[in-house]
Write a protein that binds this ligand. Structure first.
Ligand SMILES: Nc1nc2c(ncn2[C@@H]2O[C@H](COP(=O)(O)OP(=O)(O)OP(=O)(O)O)[C@@H](O)[C@H]2O)c(=O)[nH]1
Length: 392
């Protein structure tokens, strides 16, 4: 059987479980996951290599495949420049896909028929749960509209079935099957890893025959420094309250890798030195991010560092700074500069410039030319985290 290969975009409303599915299929954490909606801001590609599975009794087998899974931001109506950018990421992911996996949270349809109560004064009463589910249904419908315009196969992944009573599943499947002509409808639990093999089998069969897009052992197109920024953002999302997470962005300002990742003669792993800026929009948010005597920032740094050490396989010296950039989410240029692909271009340009300067002007101090990226109106607070790594 010839190799199948192609791009599979995972699309759906915020919090449906798209990043959880990406990580579960890859068997490795690539995308950050939290219970907060709109966690994912850019599309994330994960490369999944599948070996051929031979035909057997009751099993039609599966051809070898390279599946490029693309996790996307949750589909929502854009209000800020950041929202617009996130939706652009969804559209970009849809433009280049071979198959769409449309993901919905099945638990929100269990009470499809629930009618609001009327109180003694004749007022309509909806519980918070009812309101949430109604909103979620509206978001699903909005996301479905986005993919309905597309040609090509769409597989529906009904997620979170671990929380759906068996009897409720069939009506949910019937509901969705009537809404769109899906190539397949697969109930899954991304969290419990249920139904994922079947989902993969169906998706692979819909992929064209072709060559690999990435080398066999490559996991993602996203460089480590940006995975690091995402890990820091995840800790902020997890550790801070309602408002702050949405107003924060993390930019890696410097990332100094050691020459080797092997242990030294002293038996210690080498050190990666990372400097990251956490942007927020207001002084009040900055105060929350820093916490009493820097306690919150320290907690964010410590938990991020541990995970980054696991990712990089080195010790990590992580320095975090908090900066206030008024209303950055409404600034087109700021939001565009957050794009890791753009940052990568800027880093490459800067390295090129540094090399040319060094070659052309031996004896001239290069740091005189270092860009000062402290933009106007930016206020800064920094702390080193509680690292067991000493500055050398
Ligand atoms: N019970 C249950 N919870 C799940 C399942 N899959 C995901 N979740 C939870 O749903 C929440 C959202 O998961 P994410 O993977 O971040 O969702 P997402 O669709 O990527 O969210 P956005 O980034 O907002 O678009 C997290 O708390 C997950 O643990 C599942 O199969 N069952």
């Amino acid at each position: 059987m010839a190799l199948r290969s192609g791009f599979v975009s995972i699309v759906g409303r915020p919090n449906a479980g798209k990043s959880t599915l990406l990580n579960a299929l890859l068997g490795q954490k690539l995308a950050i996951v939290t219970h907060k909606p709109q966690t994912t801001r850019t599309r994330i590609q994960g490369v999944l290599e599948l070996a051929v599975r031979k035909k057997a009794k009751g099993d039609p087998g599966r051809p070898a495949a390279q599946v490029i899974l693309v996790d996307t931001p949750g589909v929502h109506k854009p209000e800020t420049q950041l929202d617009k950018r996130m939706m652009q990421e969804v559209h970009d992911a849809l433009e280049t896909r071979d198959v769409v996996v449309f993901m919905v949270d099945a638990t929100h349809r269990i009470h499809e028929e629930e009618a609001p109560r009327t109180d003694a004064e004749g007022r309509t009463v909806r519980t918070v749960g009812m309101q949430k589910r109604a909103m979620s249904r509206a978001e699903d419908d909005f996301a479905l509209k986005v993919i309905s315009r597309l040609e090509g196969p769409v597989v529906l992944a009904l997620n979170k079935i671990d929380e759906v009573p068996r009897a409720a599943l069939l009506p949910i499947i019937a509901h969705w099957s009537a809404k769109h002509n899906f190539a397949e409808v697969i109930p899954i639990s991304a969290k419990k890893k249920e139904g994922l093999e079947l989902l993969l089998d169906k998706v692979v069969r819909l992929l064209p025959e072709g060559q690999r897009y990435f080398p066999k052992d490559q996991l993602t197109d996203q460089p480590e420094r940006f995975l690091v920024a995402e890990i820091i953002r995840e800790k902020i999302l997890m550790l801070t309250g309602e408002e702050v997470p949405y107003a924060t962005a993390v930019v890696i300002e410097s990332f100094e890798e050691p020459d080797t990742r092997k242990k030294g003669k002293d038996g210690k792993l080498p050190v990666t030195k990372i400097n990251a800026a956490i942007y927020c929009e207001r002084n009040g948010q900055k105060a929350i991010l820093i916490g009493k005597q820097g306690a919150m920032l320290k907690q964010i740094g410590t938990s991020a560092r541990k995970e980054i050490e696991g990712l990089l396989g080195t010790r990590v010296f992580l320095e975090l700074f908090v900066k206030v950039q008024d209303e950055w989410r409404t600034s087109r240029s700021f939001v565009e500069n957050l794009d890791w692909r753009r940052q990568l271009e800027q880093i490459a340009e800067k390295q090129q410039l540094d090399r040319s300067l060094a070659a052309a002007a031996a004896g001239v101090k290069l740091d005189e030319f270092d860009e000062q990226d402290e933009s106007e109106g930016t206020d800064e607070y920094g702390t080193e985290n509680d690292s067991d790594v000493e500055e050398e």
